[in-house]
Write a protein that binds this ligand. Structure first.
Ligand code: DGL
Length: 267
């Protein structure tokens, strides 16, 4: 029989981690997290009724994110991962101020990683218009600017990935990326949807492109934060992922579990 304080500690550790994106793209972040934290329970929220976030006003994004955060708080989540660069850029400052007790871990374009590992190489940062224009990204960009960087707002790209139309996607990539072929050596995948089409981007830009994605770093940071606060689930249970989509469309769930690296038995 456990004593009361052991039980309280166990309950604390076993609370789920909430993770969200404007759609299914955040699965690329969740996959990295699960590699590092396989024993946790996750609730993934895909806000596809309201995507894309990339072209929305700051106020609207903040409202949408707060609505999701409230749902996670209602589900007693021990941490909230913002697996959307646009939402992080626009809303995390507000959310951290308004909910100081909640742990927020937020993705951002891996531009610092370029500075650390490939500073001298010409670089293309691909992200949504919202991310590229945001104050948060601009601070990061000016801090680590290598003066050989192209910033590309990929309007509509997350939507194409979300919907999975391969022909349209190919056309889009050829048209928008073709001119960077031979010009850049690094690509920052600054939207969580883009790692899903890394291969296709490489096909347009050439074989030797180095890709930079912040998801692995985020996962390590999440683990460190939970460990520091004694919140890691050390109970040895294997990861469960609950999927919620605001549009309620069944195909979202199917595509999400298709991209998730763990086995899912379906319902
Ligand atoms: N996946 C989101 C990001 O990382 C954006 C997609 C959208 O525009 O909704 O920025």
């Amino acid at each position: 029989m456990r004593n009361l304080s052991e039980q309280i500690l166990l309950d604390k550790m076993e609370r789920p981690i909430g993770i969200f994106d404007s759609g299914i793209g955040g699965v690329t972040v969740l996959n990295e997290i699960i590699k590092i934290l396989p024993n946790e329970e996750y609730i993934y929220y895909s806000d596809s009724a309201n995507n894309p976030y990339g072209d929305k006003q700051d106020k609207e994004i903040i409202k949408l994110c707060e609505n999701i955060v409230k749902q996670f708080i209602g589900k007693n989540c021990k941490a909230i991962v913002i697996a959307c660069n646009t939402a992080s850029a626009k809303a995390v400052k507000y959310l951290r101020k308004k909910y100081p007790k909640i742990i927020f871990i937020a993705i951002e374009p891996a531009y610092k990683m370029v500075h650390d590992y490939a500073y001298n190489e010409p670089t293309l940062v691909m992200a949504t218009k919202g991310t590229i224009k945001s104050e948060k990204f601009n601070l990061l960009f000016h801090k680590y600017n290598n003066h050989k960087t192209y910033l590309l707002s990929c309007v509509g790209l997350a939507d194409l990935i979300e919907n999975g139309d391969k022909k349209e996607l190919e056309k889009y990539l050829k048209k928008t990326l073709g001119l960077y072929k031979g010009l850049v050596k690094n690509v920052v995948l600054g939207c969580t949807h883009y790692p899903l089409i890394q291969k296709e981007i490489g096909q347009v830009l050439g074989k030797n492109i180095k890709f930079f994605n912040g998801a692995n770093r985020l996962a390590i940071h999440l683990k460190d934060v939970l460990e520091e606060r004694n919140l890691l689930n050390t109970n040895g249970k294997s990861g469960i992922v609950e999927f919620i989509d605001s549009s309620g469309k069944k195909e979202k769930q199917e595509r999400f579990y298709k991209f998730l690296d763990i086995e899912y038995e379906g319902d």
